[in-house]
Write a protein that binds this ligand. Structure first.
Ligand code: ZN
Ligand code: ZN
Length: 229
């Protein structure tokens, strides 16, 4: 979404009205439960321009943020196990002992993973409004049915929500790869005589996966410093 609202100011604004947006991109709007009209109980004193702005209900955004938080903890637990596999050298007891120890650890890690948050509504009721370029006052007209009944609705700026969704996509891709590898360690036992080759193959894959997670984490932080939760 390209508009001029990136970095919407907070506090005193050029149009004389206080900003409706909090620093983390949240605001309260009045939403008619009958017709869907959206408004903020605020007048601009100035003649600042209006811009198209997309907003998402805060409840939907918070579900995505909670999911991101849990998925990151799941990922970090799996990364720790995978990193250990990547560097582990079999001891004097031999590869089979090292493999079985790692297998027990992998099963324990999988059992202890925080429960995944269920998928929420994939389309969280994204709304388009007109918004003051200064104070953020919002408005979306709708054909009124005659009886308007406003309720307070907490919303989040669309670009803030998009930042969380983009991070969620990255973390979930990492989770898929990590989970597949750790499950293989946990539940696949090599045939006799194949301990060494299986261990080495998993170790090679573990190094590859760990590097991928590290690189993605670095570039994500470089791209979106403001939205890194
Ligand atoms: Zn204004
Ligand atoms: Zn209405």
């Amino acid at each position: 979404m390209a508009n001029d609202l990136t970095g919407t100011p907070t506090g005193a604004t050029g149009c004389g009205a206080p900003s409706v947006w909090s620093r983390d991109g949240r605001a309260i709007v009045l939403s008619c439960i009958g017709c869907g009209r959206i408004d903020t109980a605020q007048q601009c004193a100035g003649t600042c321009g209006e811009y198209r702005q997309e907003i998402v209900p805060a409840a939907a955004h918070d579900r995505a943020a909670a999911r991101l938080d849990v998925d990151r903890r799941r990922r970090d637990a799996l990364v720790a196990l995978t990193a250990r596999l990547a560097v582990q050298a079999p001891g004097a007891d031999g590869v089979e002992v090292a493999y079985r120890a790692l297998q027990a650890k992998a099963r324990a890690v999988l059992r202890a993973l925080p429960a995944a948050v269920e998928d929420g509504d994939p389309s969280p009721g994204r709304l388009a409004v007109w918004s003051c370029g200064c104070c953020g006052r919002m408005e979306a007209e709708a054909p009124c049915l005659g009886v308007c009944s406003d309720e307070r609705l907490e919303v989040v700026r669309g670009d803030v929500h998009d930042g969380v969704v983009a991070q969620l996509d990255v973390v979930q891709a990492q989770l898929r790869e990590l989970t597949a590898l750790v499950r293989q360690v946990a539940f696949v036992t090599p045939h006799a005589g194949h301990w060494e080759v299986t261990f080495r193959a998993l170790q090679e894959r573990a190094r590859h996966v760990v590097v991928g997670v590290t690189v993605a984490g670095t570039s994500r932080r470089a791209r979106r410093p403001r939205n890194d939760l």
